[in-house]
Design a protein around this ligand. Sequence first.
Ligand code: DHE
Length: 488
Amino acid sequence: MPLRTLAGLLLAMTTSLCLAEVSADAAVLYQQHCASCHGAERTGAMGPVLLPESLSRLKPAQAIEVIKFGRPSTQMPAFGAQLNDAQIQSLVDFIYQAPAVSPQWTLADISASHVQHVDPATLKPTPQFKANLENLFIVVELGDHHATLLDGDTFEAIHRFPTRYALHGGPKYSPDGRFVYFASRDGWISKFDIYNLKTVSEIRVALNTRNLAVSFDGRYAIAANYLPQNLVLLDADTLKPLQIPETGSRVSAVYTAPPRNSFIAAMKDLKEVWEISYQPDIKVRRIPTDDYLDDFFFDQDYTRLIGASRNGEKGQVIDLDTGRKLAELPLGGMPHLGSGISFDYQGKPVLATPHLNQGKVSIIDMQSWQVIKQIETLGPGFFMRSHDASPYAWVDVFFGPNKDAVHVLDKATLTIKETLRPAPGKTAAHVEFTQDGRFALLSIWDDDGAVVVYDSHTLNEIKRIPMRKPSGKYNVYNKTRYQRGTSH
Ligand code: DHE
């Protein structure tokens, strides 16, 4: 063998031995320092899951900082004094790698995780506080993993309580507004009794969850999961699992379709839309599509589904009764249809959606399915909101240097009426209206943040309520009546 080839071989062998040593060392370090809180298999315990699916929103450089300096407001300590830079780097490399064997989360695991915090027989059937029950808000505070029950008449907090780590997607109410269900990215579903101000029960349905939906009749809750790739249908009363449709695909999200008595699920890796009906029996219908559809919006009677293609370059309108494609929408720039709203423009219903990759709001005629206008904004936005009693629609500028701006759009002219900067330098995002539409509540998305209450007509600030990185706000009336200006 020529000398150079032999040298190359030796070098390659040494390198791969070194890599194997590094990862073996990292595995040992992980068991020594991390496993007691994050689980021996990285599937989470007191601390969050440390698998690639769960870390997609945290950059490795941020992970290094967290290990070195800890995380404020959590039990994550600083390891900077115990571990050197190379060790921390090897730990980061380790947690961003998929384990050799994908961790399982079976029906037995789900059932065993169920926690009954309160005996339902001890719960009072009426609210234990005085307020207009239809004008309550749940505000999710991501900063220290809490939620606040806010009185929408007085804008006073009624109760603040801990949630699971990293909630995602809107919490969903039972039809009577008494219970609210939360989903966390680590797969926990929690049921909170607003009347008694108590978390009643919890269950861990998956290792990585996207969101949850509650059926129109209030009997079922369903979670969409990436890990394992399935849907988990729960009895909404007990939170016990009923069925686990395996999907063979990551499930991007699941939505409730009230008039259809069904749930509609978006599949990340299948050219299909799934409809899970629950009346008279639970039945799965698979609707083939000619593209991967990810993010959904529905018309008000839930016969039309508007989906964005997975690559974010176009949209499609599907007739949910026939399963046929009705139109294609030329919507580049990753439209965030899940945040879309609808309202009337010149006597016709339109859909308005922000885009995650481009600074614009697209307005689409919901009869002809033509894009009738694109309103330029100061950057890509995440959330949109309006209310039938308000002349305006609000959209944030979540990404880029103008993240502290929020646009107020005039629904009659499809132009920007005003741009507000409620806390210069801090992200302003996600608006929700009071039941009557008179006030709009906006989050200052910062650890030292606030919910800012505006008069929705004059746009004057009415009140600022300090909160810890408030994200979404959810009004009981608007959500349980599936108002077209809010998320469903
Ligand atoms: Fe969300 C809702 C998808 C990142 C905060 N988000 C939703 C929904 C979907 C979705 C499909 C609607 C389901 C529902 O409410 O039940 N979100 C996605 C993504 O694919 C994306 C871009 C990447 C990801 O890793 O998941 C994403 N989302 C984020 C964030 O980074 C946000 C800003 C912070 C966070 O909490 O993770 C975020 N998403 C939210 C919120 C809602 C939401 C607050 C509910 C909005 C509402 O008004 O109902």
